[in-house]
Design a protein around this ligand. Structure first.
Ligand code: PHE
Length: 345
């Protein structure tokens, strides 16, 4: 009987020798060490022995059992590390090779310009506010001294929303960020100096227009806002953004929401003001401006005898096109999403 256990251990050694996978290993385990395997069967035979022989053989049986378990465990280690070795061979990676980094993009030049403009105005105490892009007709026109059916509205070729009218009229895709003039007077405690940068939706598309362009606008409300202050702020911006050598000219104009009103020109960078093909007469038109009309102050809930204001707005795409060295022949190129174009900036 003792020999039988030794033979079992021998048999296990032989069986394990040829095992090379985990499934073969499992089959050998079931055959020898399983609940109904050869060892269990031999152990069951012990109960038929007499007490003396059972003690003797039992001892040998236990030793054989422990030996077999050790044999099995070491075969298991061998199979496992062989598998890992094969895996390492197959999935080998050279960690010392240089990696491939993803291509990095950058902000669109319009976004870069918006950030730069905001920084310039921050330096003289203007704080940025956010403008609704879809607003009531009231804020886009009526509160700006342009009653229903007023012909001045024609200058803003407006997109109306296909939505029910509300208390404040129809909804429009804002044709200019000036809708914030009265909104800010309603919201802020005067005096204040506000900057807002928003989209202007207009039915226009040609070399110097896109159907959605950006404008930055300022509104300054105080007891003593003056024309010279307005001009000073504009000059500050022009000198910071375009350079000290550019000159500013204010030309009389008409807006319903400012009185007096102006258009702002800067001297052309190409010819230095001598007149060339781009500017025709030495000046380039950039912005609209003026002192806030008393009716607009009133619409903002303030008393025009007590409060005065000024406002002006520049096109973002326009200023970036007019910057020295940019030489952009067609504004629509900005929005074609051609990487060869965009990567230049
Ligand atoms: N909102 C005007 C436009 O879109 C510009 C403007 C702003 C004019 C503020 C005067 C004051 O043309």
């Amino acid at each position: 009987m003792q020999d039988a256990f030794q033979q079992l251990a021998q048999g296990l050694i032989v069986a394990l020798k040829t095992v090379s996978s985990e499934s073969e290993l499992e089959a050998v385990r079931v055959e020898f060490l399983g609940r109904k395997g050869k060892l269990a069967e031999a152990m069951a035979g012990l109960k038929d022995l007499g007490a003396e022989a059972r003690r003797e053989t039992g001892k040998a049986a236990n030793e054989a059992k422990m030996a077999m378990e050790r044999l099995f465990a070491s075969a298991e280690d061998r199979v496992k590390s062989a598998r890992l070795g094969r895996l390492a061979e197959a999935e080998w990676v050279d960690l010392s090779l240089p990696g491939t980094s993803p291509r990095e993009g950058h902000l669109h030049i319009v976004s870069q310009t918006i950030i730069e403009v905001e920084q310039i105005f921050n330096r003289i105490g203007f704080t940025r506010h956010h403008v609704p892009e879809i607003d009531w007709d009231y804020y886009a026109f009526e509160a700006l001294n342009m009653p229903q059916d007023h012909p001045a509205r024609d200058n803003w070729e407006t997109y109306f929303m296909d939505a029910p009218e509300g208390e404040k009229g129809k909804m429009v895709a804002t044709p200019h960020p000036s809708n914030d003039q009265v909104r800010l007077m309603e919201k802020l405690e005067p005096p204040f100096k506000a900057l807002y940068i928003g989209k202007a939706y207009r039915r226009q598309s040609d070399v110097s227009h896109v159907p959605i362009h950006h404008q930055f606008e300022t509104e300054c409300i105080s007891h003593d806002a003056t024309f010279s202050e307005l001009k000073g702020v504009i000059e500050f911006f022009v000198h910071e953004y375009f350079g000290r050598e550019r000159k500013v000219r204010l030309r009389p104009h008409h807006f319903r929401f400012t009185e007096p009103s102006f258009e702002i020109d800067i001297s052309c960078a190409i010819c230095g003001g001598a007149a060339c093909r781009l500017c025709k007469e030495g000046w380039l038109e950039l912005a609209g401006a003026g002192l806030t009309h008393p009716n607009v102050i009133r619409a903002g809930g303030l008393d025009p005898n007590e409060w005065r204001g000024f406002a002006f707005a520049f096109g973002v795409e326009r200023v970036l096109m007019m910057r020295e060295g940019i030489r952009l022949p067609d504004m629509r190129d900005l929005y074609k999403n051609d990487l060869r174009f965009l990567e230049q900036f």
